[in-house]
Design a binder for this molecule. Structure first.
Ligand SMILES: [Ca+2]
Ligand SMILES: [Ca+2]
Ligand SMILES: [Ca+2]
Length: 167
């Protein structure tokens, strides 16, 4: 089973109404042949987010092996955490403060404690917010760092090969 997630109503820019839609996709096999498989979307399920959800990242924030969602809300200056149940459903959001006009988000373990953290670039104030994860699905308050002018994307990787994740 695969999960396809779409933000907002009509794409990112127009998504003033805050929601994330989850589409479950399954496979219908005809004649017992993989070559004859056709993909089908099941009915959508919509979950509330903050205002103007703009981007998301998926990871297991509470260590239960179920995939969770983190959605940044550009108009609210927040990030919504929706914990997954492992069945394709998600619990109601919990929100945390981000910076002005959060624009891109990624997840990784930045402090090497095995718990997933978040990095969010804030286009409106030229900063990146780091929210350290507790491993229980909750996050500590953001710490912000200055970036260059107009940051619009963030990725996490070990750029200097010291085994510590950078962004
Ligand atoms: Ca989880
Ligand atoms: Ca961590
Ligand atoms: Ca590194």
């Amino acid at each position: 089973m695969e999960v396809c997630m779409c933000l907002g109503e009509q794409g990112k820019k127009q998504s003033i109404v805050g929601s994330v839609r989850v589409y479950l996709r399954n496979y219908q096999c005809l004649f017992f042949s993989f070559a004859a498989c056709t993909r089908l979307f099941l009915n959508q399920t919509t979950y509330a987010t903050g205002s103007e959800p703009y981007s998301l990242t998926v990871a297991d924030f509470n260590g239960d092996t179920n995939t969770d969602l983190a959605v940044i809300n550009a108009n609210d200056r927040t990030v919504s955490i929706l914990l997954g149940t492992g069945t394709g459903a998600f619990l109601n959001q919990t929100t945390y403060a981000a910076g002005s006009q959060p624009y891109s988000i990624t997840s990784a373990d930045f402090n090497n404690d095995t718990k997933v953290d978040l990095a969010i670039v804030n286009l409106g104030e030229n900063t990146v917010s780091i929210l350290l994860g507790t491993g229980m699905g909750t996050f500590l308050n953001q710490t912000t760092y200055a970036t260059g002018f107009g940051p619009t994307s963030v990725i996490a990787a070990d750029f200097n090969n010291d085994t510590k994740v950078d962004f």
